[in-house]
Design a protein around this ligand. Structure first.
Ligand code: ZN
Length: 171
């Protein structure tokens, strides 16, 4: 799974020397033999939004970019440096769909592996929206509110886990 991502760095970003594989803190990491820079690989933080309307339907979007291009998924995106995850979640929702939402709760935190970005730390929020007039940007091909008993196929295991957790919490 980590194929593409793993081979991204060949040279030290500080001194341009060639990186070498070395055991650091119990893992093999790329290390610069000249200046000691270590390429720590940490998951990238992503927020994902399960937006519910007043009828309890959930917003699912068809993606226009990798990973998961042309597939249905919950809206979301990367947390920017210095940004609070809740704010990132509402920002992404509004950017992608034009909807203004309110954070209801944290559903859970998950790991999602992708070819494009390696490992992602997925922070999933439940969001309520009162108005449902969608205005999609170019990141999405389609977006609809689905009845929770009739959701489309979603390729991301983290999104599926989030939706399952939401269902379980209702019981
Ligand atoms: Zn270096």
């Amino acid at each position: 799974m980590e194929g593409l991502f793993q081979h991204t760095f060949k040279f030290c970003p500080l001194c341009k020397d060639s990186l070498r594989g070395k055991q650091v803190d119990g893992r093999k990491r790329l290390v610069c033999p000249k200046c000691g820079w270590i390429h720590y690989k940490n998951p990238l933080p992503v927020v994902v939004c399960a937006a519910k309307n007043r009828n309890g339907e959930i917003l699912i979007a068809k993606r226009n970019f990798k990973p998961g291009i042309n597939k249905w998924a919950l809206p979301g995106g990367f947390v920017e440096s210095g940004e609070i995850p809740k704010a990132a979640c509402l920002r992404e929702l509004e950017e992608e769909t034009g909807l203004k939402g309110k954070i209801k709760r944290l559903i859970g935190v998950y790991i999602q592996k992708t070819r494009e970005y390696g490992s992602l730390l997925v922070i999933g929020y439940e969001v309520s929206v009162s108005k449902c007039n969608l205005s999609l940007n170019n990141e999405l091909k389609d977006a609809r509110f689905f009845n929770k008993k009739n959701l489309p196929v979603i390729p991301f295991s983290s999104h599926r886990e989030m939706l399952k957790q939401m269902q379980n919490d209702l019981k």
